[in-house]
Design a protein. Structure first.
Length: 177
């Protein structure tokens, strides 16, 4: 994702044409009419690592990036939305389950080919509901470590790589290991 996206052609302040200009050593879109600088800010997304019976909840994506691959339930924050509330909302929307969102497991700066978002990964505990495909997913299920489908995203692989065995995921979710 460029710091000077050429598809941003007009100023949001005055409507004038934007050009690319070096601003303090970085190419940025700039308006000569009003001196406005367009900053290509990353979106913020949240997701949850949810376990039940030592199986991880995953959803199969219907959208790019990662279409047809499996990922943790997650999505973008709405403006002004609490990230914890958004993480629980995404689990309900994409997988049909209610979760209790716990603590932050990690934060990722996704590369442009994975959407370029800042991704906040939370541990969450399954509360109720059976996995049912919903918004942006065409399948949802809990998977055992030795029966994982093809995965999308570094963040999903990160959870799999750190997955504590022998039921110790409960301690991981509670932040005690």
């Amino acid at each position: 994702m460029s710091t000077a996206p050429e598809d941003v052609r007009f100023c949001t302040q005055c409507g004038g044409p934007l050009t690319t200009r070096d601003i303090r050593g970085t190419p940025r879109r700039w308006c000569a009419a009003c001196d406005f600088i367009h900053y290509a800010d990353p979106k913020v997304a949240v997701g949850v690592a949810v376990f039940r019976d030592d199986r991880l909840l995953l959803v199969r994506r219907t959208m790019n990036p990662g279409r047809g691959l499996w990922s943790l339930p997650g999505g973008y924050l709405d403006r002004g939305e609490d990230p914890v509330v958004a993480a629980a909302r995404e689990a309900a929307e994409e997988a049909g389950v209610q979760v209790d969102v716990r603590h932050v497991l990690d934060v990722f700066a996704n590369p442009p080919e994975d959407g370029g978002a800042i991704f906040v990964l939370y541990a969450a505990q399954w509360v109720t509901g059976e996995p049912t495909a919903g918004d942006d997913a065409d399948a949802a299920a809990f998977f055992a470590r030795d029966h994982l489908p093809p995965l999308a995203f570094r963040s999903t692989q990160h959870v799999v790589d750190r997955w504590p065995g022998d039921g110790r995921h409960r301690q991981w979710q509670d932040g005690t290991s």
